[in-house]
Design a protein around this ligand. Structure first.
Ligand code: SF4
Length: 520
């Protein structure tokens, strides 16, 4: 057997842990077999930092769909077990931290009763399905993806044919033209396309970030909605049967796809699905960064959705309950989470948006946040993550709040993503400015330091950010960011996003700015 994780999966299917949870909950953390701690991920339960018997539970919300009744259950659970806080993740899931396994024994049935599930929210399995948070109300969507998301989600949920994959498997299904599903950084993504007037999808495979980022490559097919599940099953089967299982950091689908190439992958898919149509023209529009702030018309006449910003992607339990009550009072009891870790209220009658926005809660959760604070992303950092060398969320908010203050003239989003380590959970490679944290000795002290990359974006012409040389020490970081923003303001053409200015002007110029702030 090839690595420790493979041995654990071979010994016992991860889903078995669901039955064993009540027994494990009676043990001291140090008595629990490390294989079982790993298998708890299959129940959506993840050991957090410090490893002292506290966990997070991750709840899947496919395409970000959440009813007010479900939101209230999550708020109750967070208040009862999780220090009153809920985190929205970059895959539209939610997490409650600081729970014990005894808490989990209570929590899981209550999730199930509410029509929610944490099963396979973590682990080497198909993860929650990312999607258009506006599915069903989106005036621009090519088709309503909710039934497809539901079909694929139900097919994989707890399916023992796919509960032992080489690594996690991330699917995105969106028919929104603004790349709301961040297609090219998923293992498998369906994006909107037309072929001879017919609405359907084209698919991308083999995307992923971490230390060796890959942009997913396009398959040659035009995929009809009725074929989406079969294609997802075929790709998952290929990954399960031919994916690498030796070195953990070389097991993601992206490595298999890179070795096989798109045509060979396509042949292997068709060997399972039968012949698929070729061609299809993608339906695209500028990337919206996964942000849906403000009040906008839905496809249903007279109704609006309202996108709000959740600072540091953590929402207080009482605030989630308050949003659920607003969604019931003004709308039809529907909310959505976004992969930018924010919230949307649906179905607000046009004439009542003013009354809704009058609620005091929007002071803490703005609908028009700053162009730095509202578009920044940070990973969990050392608050809960065992890998993290630095604190991320408060530091990034401090930095972006200072930039909002200093550069009111910026007038459009400038996305800064801060990630705690090379695992890249905050997706620095697709940010305008991506920061990766670490620690280094500087003089007498060991301090936080950052590497910097610039110019990343998704949507049409997706490209990863390119690294600048050198590292910047924490107390010089704001100075460097200010200098980069100043340079952008001086060079940009009308309406040009930061990443486009970088692409047009070349890296050397930006390196010369950075050199004044970086150490070797
Ligand atoms: Fe943890 Fe690293 Fe991911 Fe941040 S990027 S959450 S530090 S693993």
């Amino acid at each position: 057997m090839t690595n420790r994780n493979e041995q654990w999966k071979h010994e016992k299917d991860g889903l078995e842990i669901l039955k064993e949870l009540p027994v494990l909950a009676e043990k001291e953390f140090k008595e629990i077999d490390p294989g079982d701690v790993e298998r708890l991920k299959w129940a959506g339960i993840y050991a957090q930092r410090p490893r002292d018997g506290h966990f997070l539970v991750r709840v899947k919300l496919p395409s970000g769909q959440l009813t007010a009744a479900q939101a209230k259950v999550l708020a109750d659970l967070a208040a009862a077990y999780g220090k009153g806080e809920i985190q929205i993740t970059i895959r539209q899931a939610v997490q409650i931290h600081n729970i014990t396994l005894r808490d989990a024994v209570d929590i899981l049935p209550r999730l199930k009763a509410a029509g929610l599930s944490s099963v396979e929210a973590c682990g080497d399995v198909p993860r929650t399905i990312l999607g258009n948070p506006l599915a069903g109300v989106d005036a621009e969507e090519l088709l309503d993806t909710r039934p497809l998301v539901e079909e694929v989600f139900r097919f994989f949920l707890g399916n023992r044919d796919f509960s032992n994959l080489p690594r996690k498997f991330k699917i995105s299904i969106s028919a929104n033209p603004h790349d709301a599903g961040f297609a090219r950084i998923n293992d498998l993504a369906f994006v909107p396309a037309r072929r001879e007037g017919e609405a359907g999808f084209v698919a991308y495979v083999g995307g992923g970030l971490s230390a060796e980022p890959h942009l997913a490559v396009r398959l040659p097919f035009f995929i009809r909605p009725a074929e989406v599940k079969a294609v997802a099953e075929a790709v998952a089967t290929l990954f399960r049967d031919e994916g690498y299982r030796e070195k953990r950091n070389h097991c993601r689908l992206k490595y298999l796809v890179a070795d096989l190439g798109a045509e060979r992958v396509a042949e292997k898919i068709e060997a399972q699905t039968g012949a698929l149509l070729r061609g299809g023209k993608e339906v695209t529009a500028p990337w919206n960064y996964g942000r849906f702030y403000g009040t906008h018309a839905q496809k249903q006449p007279g109704l609006c959705y309202v996108g709000v910003h959740v600072k540091n992607d953590h929402i207080r339990a009482e605030d989630l309950r308050a949003f659920a009550e607003l969604a019931e009072r003004f709308g039809q009891g529907r909310l959505r989470t976004t992969n930018s870790q924010n919230l949307i209220l649906l179905d607000i009658p046009e004439g009542e948006t003013g009354a809704l926005l009058h609620d005091a809660i929007f002071k803490a959760y703005p609908t028009a946040p700053g162009f730095f604070t509202g578009y920044a992303s940070s990973c969990t950092g050392n608050a809960y993550c065992n890998f993290a060398p630095i604190e991320t969320k408060n530091r990034l908010h401090e930095l972006t709040a200072a930039l909002d203050e200093a550069f009111p003239e910026v007038g459009q989003p400038l996305r800064i993503n801060l990630t705690g380590c090379f695992h890249a959970c905050a997706q620095p490679q697709v940010a305008d400015i991506g920061l990766t944290g670490g620690r280094a000795r500087v003089g007498e002290a060991v301090v936080p330091v950052y590497t910097v990359m610039i110019g990343g974006h998704l949507g049409e012409g997706s490209a990863f950010a390119r690294p600048l040389e050198g590292r910047v020490v924490d107390d010089k970081l704001l100075g460097l960011l200010e200098a980069l923003v100043q340079k952008y303001l001086a060079l940009r053409e009308a309406g040009e996003p930061f990443y486009a200015t970088v692409a047009r002007t070349g890296l050397e110029l930006w390196q010369s700015v950075a050199n004044q702030y970086t150490i070797a």
